[in-house]
Design a protein around this ligand. Structure first.
Ligand code: DX5
Ligand code: ZN
Length: 219
């Protein structure tokens, strides 16, 4: 089986103890660190901005997986590269010239991702699939942590996997929202490669052990 990755979402961390929580992730079995940037326009919430992202990247030792939930993300591609992002994912619904945006992200040396809201069909990506390093299928409506998983996601994962295979693409399928020990295995079996988990990890009594448990479930 190809490697499967777990990306704790820092949105659910204790922001008064950010360094402690990042160090916990550093020392854990997690593979990536998912960083949600929200602008209060594309989504009805504001998370944090550049100074906080900089503080995160300074301490984190994992792959930095930035998920931009902002309008007109092209404006900030260079900024996020300079801040140390490994992956930069933009929303399909926020990009008029998606192909150009993807090339601009790669030109800055980052992996280029596209996120899809729950109502956006995966087939809309078929003409750019070979240009995409990771697709984030949103399994909740973006904007908040701690929401419940939308069951339709499994079908979207299977459909996207088929598109990836048909086009001989190397695109990873990432799932974001409501991921727990109840759906992790089935998501991987449906074709997912990366699972993001926020509340389930950071609100757990023992986040390190919870990370280990999910990693074992998906490996
Ligand atoms: C939601 C964010 C998610 C969020 C997931 O808009 O994109 O990354 O942190 O949190 P949970 O795992 O709590 O649903
Ligand atoms: Zn996210």
């Amino acid at each position: 089986m190809t490697p499967k990755y777990l990306a704790p979402s820092i949105l659910a961390a204790d922001f008064a103890n950010l360094e402690r929580d990042i160090k916990m992730v550093n020392a854990s079995d997690a593979d990536w660190l998912h960083v949600d940037v929200m602008d209060g326009v594309f989504v009805p919430n504001i998370s944090f901005g550049m100074p906080v992202v900089q503080a995160i990247t300074q301490h984190a030792k994992k792959v930095i997986d930035v998920h931009l939930m902002i309008v007109d993300p092209d404006r900030y591609i260079k900024t996020f590269a300079a801040l140390g992002s490994t992956n930069l994912t933009v929303h399909y619904e926020a990009c008029t010239h998606l192909h150009r945006t993807l090339q601009a992200i790669k030109a800055e040396g980052m992996k280029a991702g596209v996120a899809l809201n729950p109502h956006t069909p995966v087939h809309l990506l078929k003409d750019v699939i070979t240009d995409i390093d990771q697709v984030i299928i949103m399994s909740v409506n973006p904007g908040f942590g701690g929401q419940s998983f939308i069951e339709n996601t499994y079908r979207k994962v299977r459909e996207l996997k088929e598109i990836i295979l048909t086009h001989n693409a190397n695109t990873l399928i990432e799932i974001d929202g409501g991921v727990t020990d109840h759906n992790a295995k089935q998501l991987i079996e449906s074709g997912a490669d990366v699972l993001v988990a926020g509340s389930f990890i950071f609100k757990a009594e023992n986040p390190t052990e919870t990370i280990k448990t999910i990693k074992e479930l998906i490996s």
